[in-house]
Design a protein around this ligand. Structure first.
Ligand code: SD4
Length: 316
């Protein structure tokens, strides 16, 4: 018997996001509504400098957001490099529902959002602006592997556990929320939303809004989502690969591991400072994750426990 409903999401900040998704799932709501509402929690959180409002800007100091959403009948929608809109996931959903397209980018995506009633807002918070001001002095693009884990680690000996304005700008780098849900009707949906890699070139798109890379759902099998350096995920069509491996009988964790191994194999000796993590959920409500670097965590919410944080296994 399937473990449903269930919702899982990347990192420990997924707990708060899962809680909103759970309200919907636990009252027999749809997985699609659950994932949209769930990731909106992370998008609106100013403390999360890697998603939505408060996200770190690109090289030019502009916050650009990427998001996508997919349901159980392969409907999908995405926005790429969207500026000044707090909830890109909701715009992605409307691209899916109100247009004949899957992706809208840049100015066109913004125009569409405004037509749909979204308000233009400044997304660059004081803290993120301060971080960028510091970064721009050296302007080195150096993603810090596993920065999100360090950021959300509240232990006293964590050197990064300081007010954001005290940290060197390039310490904040990536992260993303990817969320997968299986509802009580047995349907899957997923959402992925991010401000992308901090200090990326203006116009750079990662894996997160690319169906098959940052997110993939196949209702016969399961779903997968990715976090980390998007270029490596795109190159390997990571989330699609994870789902296809599950179709062949891999468990969610085995499938995530194999997708990580593909990246490692192709990058040979250059994965020491590279982080990519995959998270997967199958039709039975079984889940798993695997990352290149230590420290990848994910959050799980089901009937048994609503605030579980799991340490994902890793190659290093
Ligand atoms: C990107 N995958 O834009 C996103 C960033 C991320 O953890 O997930 N960071 O490449």
């Amino acid at each position: 018997k399937a473990n449903k409903p269930i919702v899982i999401s990347t990192w420990d900040f997924g707990v708060a996001a899962n809680a909103d998704a759970w309200k919907i799932l636990n009252s027999n709501g749809k997985a699609l509504d659950a994932v949209e509402n769930g990731v909106k929690v992370a998008e609106a959180d100013v403390k999360n400098q890697s998603v939505g409002y408060g996200g770190l800007p690109d090289r030019d100091g502009i916050v650009t957001l990427d998001a996508c959403i997919m349901d159980h009948i392969s409907n999908c929608g995405a926005v790429l490099a969207l500026e000044n809109i707090k909830h890109p996931i909701s715009v992605a959903r409307l691209v899916m529902e109100k247009t004949p397209h899957v992706m809208l980018a840049g100015d066109g995506a913004l125009q569409f959002a405004i037509e749909q009633g979204f308000k233009k807002e400044n997304l660059l918070t004081e803290n993120s602006k301060a971080a960028w001001d510091k970064w721009v002095k050296t302007a080195k693009y150096e993603p810090v592997s596993n920065i999100e884990n360090k950021l959300y680690d509240n232990s006293n000996n964590n050197p990064l556990n300081a007010a954001p304005e005290k940290l060197p700008g390039n310490q904040y780098n990536h992260d993303t929320i990817g969320m997968l849900a299986l509802d009580s009707h047995g349907n899957l949906a997923g959402a992925c939303t991010t401000s992308g890699m901090a200090y990326k070139l203006h116009g750079r798109i990662g894996d997160s809004p690319i169906i098959g890379a940052g997110l993939y759902i196949d209702n016969e099998v399961g779903g997968a989502t990715a976090t980390g350096v998007g270029e490596e995920v795109v190159r390997n069509v990571g989330s699609f690969l994870v789902v296809e491996l599950m179709r062949q009988g891999y468990s969610p964790e085995e499938a995530c591991k194999e997708a990580v191994m593909r990246i490692i194999k192709k990058k040979a000796n250059s994965t020491k400072d590279l982080q990519v993590g995959f998270l997967a959920l199958n039709k039975n409500g079984e889940y798993g994750a695997y990352a290149i670097q230590k420290g990848f965590t994910f959050s799980v919410c089901d009937k048994q426990k609503q605030d579980l944080i799991v340490k994902g296994k890793s190659y290093y």
